[in-house]
Design a protein around this ligand. Sequence first.
Ligand code: F6P
Length: 331
Amino acid sequence: MKEHIKMKKIAVVTSGGDVPGLNAALHAVVLTAMKHNVEIIGVNNGYDGLIDGKFTVLDFERVRNIMDEGGTILRTSRSKRFTTSEGRREALHQLRHGEVDGLIVIGGNGSLQGIEVFASEHSFPVMAIPKTIDNDVFGTDFAIGFDTATNTIVEAIDRIKDTADSTSRLFIVEVMGRSAGFLALNSGIAVAADAIVVPEIKPDLEKLLSLAEHNLNVGNRSMIIVITENTLTGGAMGLKKIMDDSFPQFDSRVTILGHIQRGGSPSAFDRTLASLLSYSATEAFIKGKHGVMAGYVKGEVIFTPLNQVAGKINPLNNNLMKLAAELSILV
Ligand code: F6P
């Protein structure tokens, strides 16, 4: 049974890659804490800012009009220093110096692993909220930011399809995901891609080549392939080489969507998800729960211990994989 610490001051930090919906999360954290007369302070610049003691006031005035803003008003970082025990010790010192009773982390896999180590090393109360456009955080069906990024990709590919169709070209569109295929799978289904290439499935290049041949034979039909970055050798560029070597007559182009996928105003779903997870996490934290992550599982908010989240990866949804295999080629 963990000791119940009476929270008077909580710090909140956004860590790792930014995503749309972080500001909506901060809005909910502050409003929930206010109801319990708990003070919230923001940490500027992610875990680096924590180590440097970069605290800032986060009150109603600061968060009242930020729901629709992309990025994070707190800014963020991928901190190398927090991966060291000296860095984490300094972070603890800054929290103690600031008289902070607990820390809320809004982060993806790397940040959650870091905070799990920090919490167990120093027995400091932490609460986590999942965010990443990659959607690969274990313990939640959706992470904040994934829905908006998927919509951004869909909008971009819809436009690419217009030019691809008009010019009968093959377009290979590379999306983010690091080593997870959620963005490619969901957006690929939504744009009716001819083929989807994800890191979770060993690519069947023979199948892909015979589809390209078929498309060429039925009158130079355009083709869209969505591929996750880092898949195959060289991602989209690697696949273009394979396609060009086999079908030089197919005029191919590559579009790498890059960081466009991380920006923009959050979708209604991400704003709602961020609000629900952040409200639930803050409420539970103030009431004494800690060392856990608030996730959204089958429509419910579920708390999973951080040591069960850290180091694990969300698997792709089986039903969506089957659907993709039925409607396009999942290679
Ligand atoms: O984890 C989110 C993500 O956008 C990945 O999809 C991508 O591989 C990576 O971050 C890019 O990181 P950075 O912005 O540090 O280049």
